[in-house]
Design a protein around this ligand. Structure first.
Ligand SMILES: N[C@@H](CCC(=O)N[C@@H](CS)C(=O)NCC(=O)O)C(=O)O
Length: 283
């Protein structure tokens, strides 16, 4: 199995690293980034996974979110994977659209050809990446983990945490797609990756999982009111409704005037890392 440290930069006393490795689940080489706070040099620290949105690689978060200062302050490592399998033999949207294929893995395990050979981001995030980290990065505690993300990555973080409440202590999201079965981005992705059986789509739908009785995971959501995707794709109100009906506790905040960008994310990143810190520290 190949693995290489591609880059390392000192940041807030810690180390921002980028690795390349062969991911057997995805059948291709992948990059991911990890920030190790200064405290990780002397004692292993908890880990927080960040899942990015459409069009991103692992680097958008690393360069734009401003998370390193707070990861250093709260003694948490942050792992940021890529958003899809990569490589010249990995299929992409036939029209080159940004919402399917490369940069748009949707954190599902595809069952439909031609996607099923590589597009298995769900298994990669839940199983292969933590195993890889366990074997290669002694500075982190993979059994003390939380997860957060943005937009498509918010959807990924929420569905993964709801389906594995024993593995993630808390979940948070910025502008998440809360119900992919009811928005154009999600419907397009699920149809291609999973096929026409809409019952099977529900496994990857935050609202449907809550309606089906998902176990409580501490949850924080921030959504900008000036986000141009709010009414068409993100539909935060559907999550409010699902939580209310199922008596599921969640903190959903609308942030006045914020859009969908990393300017929004960087404005609240400290609060999200602080939120996870509380649960990651508990015995
Ligand atoms: N307007 C974008 C839609 C995609 C988008 O807004 N992507 C968000 C996540 S859903 C993002 O984080 N983009 C990269 C960035 O802002 O650095 C496009 O057409 O490319």
């Amino acid at each position: 199995m190949t693995f290489e440290l591609v880059s390392e930069n000192k940041s807030f006393g810690g180390r921002q690293q980028r690795f390349k490795h062969f991911a057997k689940t995805l059948n291709c080489e992948m990059h991911f980034s990890i920030y190790l706070p200064p405290a990780a040099e002397t004692k292993p620290v908890p880990v927080l996974y960040w899942l990015s949105g459409l069009t991103c690689t692992d680097e958008n978060f690393v360069t734009k979110a401003g998370a390193q200062a707070y990861a250093a302050k709260y003694n948490i490592a942050i792992v940021a994977p890529d958003t899809s399998p990569r490589g010249s033999d990995v299929p992409d949207d036939p029209e080159g659209a940004y919402d399917l294929g490369l940069g748009a893995g949707f954190y599902v395990d595809a069952t439909e050809p031609p996607w099923d050979k590589h597009y298995r981001m769900y298994d990669y995030i839940v199983d292969e990446l933590p195993e890889w980290l366990d074997q290669h990065i002694p500075h982190i505690l993979t059994d003390r983990a939380s997860i957060f993300g943005h937009s498509m990555g918010g959807h990924g973080a929420l569905t993964i945490a709801l389906k594995h409440p024993q593995d993630y202590r808390s979940v948070s999201a910025f502008a998440p797609i809360v119900s992919p079965i009811r928005c154009p981005w999600g419907q397009k992705a699920l149809k291609h990756y999973i096929g026409n059986d809409q019952q099977a789509w529900r496994e990857y739908d935050t609202c449907a999982l809550i309606e089906a009785g998902a176990v409580q995971v501490p949850m924080l959501i921030d959504q900008g009111t000036s986000d141009s995707f709010l009414d068409t794709e993100l539909k935060t109100a559907l999550l409010e409704e699902a939580c209310k009906k199922a008596d599921y506790e969640s903190r959903i905040r609308y942030q006045e005037g914020y859009d969908h960008s990393y300017f929004f994310i960087s404005s609240f990143i400290e609060e999200h890392i602080g939120f996870h810190h509380k649960y990651l520290l508990e015995e």
